[in-house]
Design a binder for this molecule. Structure first.
Ligand code: ADP
Ligand code: MG
Length: 298
C-alpha cells in the first residue's frame, strides 16, 4: 500500500494531494507540465520535504509531520529514475550500475538486472556512447540495484525518440513482474500510460483532478471475474458508431464515447463480456467484444 497525504508550497505553487493505492501495481501519475508531478515524486524520494502530511510505503512511515518522522533519502529504499538519466559520464555502465548497489541486505542481483534489462553488451561503454533508450535502461538498472521497496520514474521516456519508446516500455512491465516492485510512473503522455499502468491519477495545478474511482461492490464483482486496464481513446468512427481505444491488449472497439481522443479511461473487461469466437488454436486470433463499465475520465 502506498499512502500519500502531502502539502507543499513552492513560491506561488501549492501541491495538496492525498491518495492511497495498492502499491503492487504500476500507478501512473499524469497531468500537464507544471502541475506538480516532479514535486510529488521528490517528496516521496525525500529530496524535498512536505510542509505537512504523511507518506507510508508498504506499512513503513517515511514521513509524518505530526510525529516528526522524516526518513533520510538514502534510508528510504526508494529507487528514482530521473527524466535526464543522471549517469556518471566518467564511469562505465558497469560502474554506474554498481554505484547504486546496496551493501548488506540486498535482494536484487546484478546478473539478474543485467539480463533483464539487456545490458550485457553495454557494460564496458561510457554513457556518451549509449542511445537515449540504453541510458535510461542503465538508469533503471542502477535504481533497481539499490534494492528499493518502490521505484519512482519521472517521465523516463521524455527524452527518447517516440519511435524508440517500445525499447523501454516492455522492460518497465517486466520489472514489475520480475520483482513484484511497486512503481510510480510519471508521464504526460497518454499512450505510455496505457501501455504500462493499471491505475492512474491525474494532477492539475497541484490537486488531484481524477483518481481511480472507488469501485462499488457491483463493480468489484466484475473486476474480480474480469480484467481491468487503462486505455486511451485513439479515434471515433462515425460510420460504425464505435470508438477505438488503444490498450495493452491492442485496439479495443467500444460503443461511441464522447470524450475527445487522447482521454485516458479505466476499462473493465468483465468476464461475462468475453466471448471467444474462435477455437483456441495456436496463432488464431479471437475477437472479443469489449464492454466498458467504468468509463471515468482520469
Ligand atoms: P511537473 O513535474 O508536473 O511539470 P513540477 O512539480 O516540476 O511540475 O512543478 C510544479 C510547479 O512548481 C511549477 O509551477 C514550478 O514552476 C513550481 N516549482 C517547482 N520547484 C520550485 C521551486 N523550487 N521554487 C518555486 N517554484 C517551484
Ligand atoms: Mg516534471
Amino acid at each position: 500500500m502506498l499512502h500519500v497525504d502531502v502539502r507543499r508550497r513552492l513560491g506561488a505553487f501549492q501541491l495538496d494531494v492525498s491518495f492511497s493505492v495498492d502499491a503492487h501495481a504500476i500507478l501512473a501519475v499524469h497531468g500537464p507540465s507544471g502541475s506538480g508531478k516532479t514535486t510529488l515524486i521528490n517528496l516521496l524520494a525525500g529530496l524535498d520535504r512536505p510542509d505537512s502530511g504523511r507518506i507510508v510505503v508498504d506499512g513503513r512511515v517515511l514521513f509524518d509531520s505530526k510525529s516528526g518522522v522524516d526518513v533520510k533519502p538514502e534510508k528510504r529504499r526508494v529507487g528514482y529514475v530521473f527524466q535526464d538519466c543522471r549517469l556518471f559520464p566518467h564511469m562505465t555502465v558497469a560502474s554506474n550500475l554498481r554505484y547504486g548497489r546496496r551493501r548488506g541486505e540486498r535482494d536484487i542481483d546484478f546478473e539478474q538486472v543485467v539480463s533483464l534489462l539487456d545490458l550485457q553488451a553495454l557494460l564496458r561503454r561510457r554513457p556518451r556512447f549509449l542511445s537515449g533508450g540504453e541510458k535510461q535502461r542503465v538508469a533503471i538498472g542502477r535504481a533497481l540495484l539499490s534494492s528499493p521497496r518502490i521505484l519512482l520514474m519521472d517521465e523516463p521516456l521524455a527524452s527518447i525518440d517516440p519511435g524508440r519508446k517500445s525499447e523501454i516500455l516492455p522492460f518497465v512491465r517486466l520489472l514489475r513482474d520480475a520483482f513484484a516492485l511497486p512503481i510510480v510512473y510519471v508521464s504526460h503522455a497518454a499512450d505510455e500510460i496505457a501501455q504500462v499502468a493499471e491505475r492512474a491519477i491525474r494532477i492539475e495545478n497541484g490537486r488531484i483532478a481524477a483518481a481511480d474511482p472507488v469501485r462499488s461492490s457491483a463493480d468489484q464483482a466484475y473486476t474480480e471475474t474480469g480484467m481491468r486496464l487503462i486505455a486511451v481513446i485513439e479515434a471515433h468512427d462515425s460510420v460504425s458508431g464505435l470508438s477505438v481505444l488503444g490498450s495493452p491488449l491492442g485496439q479495443l472497439y467500444v460503443p461511441r464515447r464522447f470524450e475527445p481522443p487522447g482521454t485516458v479511461l479505466q476499462v473493465t473487461l468483465g468476464a461475462s463480456a468475453v466471448e471467444p469466437v474462435a477455437e483456441v488454436v495456436s496463432g488464431a486470433i479471437s475477437v472479443l467484444p469489449a464492454r466498458m463499465i467504468t468509463g471515468t475520465r482520469t
